[in-house]
Design a protein around this ligand. Structure first.
Ligand code: SAM
Length: 165
């Protein structure tokens, strides 16, 4: 297994966790795909939100919950969504989108606005908020599956979350 230097890319604001709490209240749980050092997994524990984290590379981890699995091999559902935070730009994102569509799930993408069109090329996506969710200006996007039945409800619910910071 490849070992990468220790580095955290996405550092969430408190607002990110408000959105996560709202999402989980809609009976959706999230797997952090490409979770790196696992910083979100420890924080999710704090908020009592069960969150899985997978990565194909090893780093000096901040969480012992990381599973070393290729995220493109996993299956998803309307109640278990993958989340990619500041993902390394590559083919695996497109593979994830194809998989999510086939499985009738949605995919969360947390990233910098300048990277969205390249990373989500060809996919329909929705920017959930006007305020950033990360300290570097990352925004919260969702790639909805075609015809996902609960999507409007969840999107409306997420929009009602007040900006906390
Ligand atoms: C730029 S880093 C971001 C790490 C973390 N999300 C953060 O914000 O600090 C991208 C991560 O995606 C992982 N990755 C790339 N392809 C992957 C795949 N197919 N399955 C799981 N993880 C993958 C890399 O190993 C790397 O840790």
């Amino acid at each position: 297994m490849v070992t990468l230097p220790s580095h955290v890319f996405f550092t969430p604001k408190r607002y990110f966790w408000a959105l996560m709490q709202e999402l989980y209240s809609c009976a959706v749980t999230v797997t952090d795909c490409g979770c790196g050092m696992g910083i979100l997994l420890g924080m999710a524990d704090y908020f009592k939100l069960p969150m899985r984290g997978v990565d194909i590379c090893h780093r000096e981890a901040l969480s012992n919950k990381i599973e070393f699995i290729d995220a493109t091999t996993l299956s998803w559902s309307s109640s278990e969504w993958p989340m990619l935070c500041r993902p390394s730009h590559g083919q695996w994102i497109g593979t994830m989108i194809d998989r999510v569509r086939a499985d009738g799930s949605c995919m969360i993408y947390i990233g910098l606005p300048r990277n969205v069109k390249r990373d989500l090329a060809g996919a329909r996506f929705v920017k959930i908020t006007t305020k950033p969710v990360g300290i570097d200006g990352e925004h919260f996007y969702v790639v909805p599956s075609n015809g996902f039945p609960y999507w409007p409800t969840i999107r409306d619910a997420l929009k009602r979350v007040p900006y906390l910071e």
